[in-house]
Write a protein that binds this ligand. Sequence first.
Ligand code: FCB
Length: 455
Amino acid sequence: MPDATFHFPPDFLWGAATASHQVEGHNTNNQWWAWEQLPGRIAQGHKSGRACDWWENAEADFDRALAMNLRTLRLSIEWSRVEVEPGKIDTSALDRYRHMLRGLRERGIEPMVTLHHFTDPMWLSESGGWTSPDVIAYFVRYVEQVLEALRDYATLWCTINEPNVYATSGYVLGSFPPGVRNPGTAATILRHMLRAHASAYRAIHNLQPEAQVGLAHNLRLFDPARPNRVMGSDPRDRAVAWIQDLWFNQTTLAALGGAFIAPGIRPTWWLPPLGFGPAFGMRKTLDWIGLNYYTRDRVMFDRRAADTGYGVQCRTEGAEPMDGGYGEVYPEGIIRAIKRLSRFGLPIHITENGIPDNDDSQRPRALMLHLHQIWRALQDNYPVMSYYHWTLVDNFEWAEGWTAPFGLVELDPETQTRRPRPSADLYAAVARGNAITPELLNAYTPELRQKLLPG
Ligand code: FCB
């Protein structure tokens, strides 16, 4: 009898991912808080408010993570709490983080600490945010303070979350603060973020030689929408998919690979977009690479859509849409993304993956399918070290406010009442057994059993 269980490697880390502004509450000193006060910026006028109350009581959710058998938790440090004014460090904020990290380790949960997850201190955004190269030195100074204070409690560091999303949402689409639509500025922002990453990498290693430092990249796939009998797909759609990928993925990945000179990089990686080059010292500034994967876009050429590289998104026929226009559920994409990142020759952490789904009608199935793809990648020896589900408890979802619940655990932000969704039990069982078993498939997603375990 073949073993009908999908086993994961013994040292595989099961976790969940969070970010300071989305969970802590009362982060009044950053640009997102200011943005939330403006009319029309956040869905239904929602505000982060008390969020998940982590500043007061993250530990209650750490207990939940432990009860779910998680061995790691990704959280971020809020720059605006640590450095309240330029150069002015609030040591009580660092004490609070130290307490949190110690609390995680006492529970046997290894923290992954992100140093920048979308939020900037007010003093920084008031002076232009990431538009000036001065930000690189500011960021390094803050990172050094964090390292001094917290290095006894963490070795797994993620410098910056999704520079591509920060630049695209804030400076191309205008849906994040500061609501600018200027691709040139977006490119400048991205360049400064990547250089800040590289400088932070070195600063962290100076202070903690054993540190494991990476960056989380949101790898969204762009596929041409319309088929073409001769060429496989419509050449115009292919061109716009290529342009969108160049901006959203390739620029960052090429820069992180050192632009021209990374070994094993395919010729298409040679493009030096935005003037990145070896001179920026990006090479060898990763110990691992983080993959945030949610979906892919099917892209169609449209000459009216100049601001998106002449591409518009289309629905894939037969695909399952996620709630709230988040795109299609496309689990095969995660293995494509893993393969692409494997060109770095580095360990890969799946730093985010999840789905907004209030009634948990899609999440169990989506979770199983994505985990099954990761299992397949592991069978092919791709070096996937961990999986962090986005997210543990429903939290403040940026421009979507509270309308996009990604949590394994449901939260009523008013009353702070929590209720685990069925997916939480499912994920806890996978983490406990370090495997997807036929019993789990039967119990949570019987319709998948035949698909994943035929016969
Ligand atoms: C990612 C962000 C994370 C969360 C998820 C849904 O792009 O990093 O904070 O908003 O999307």
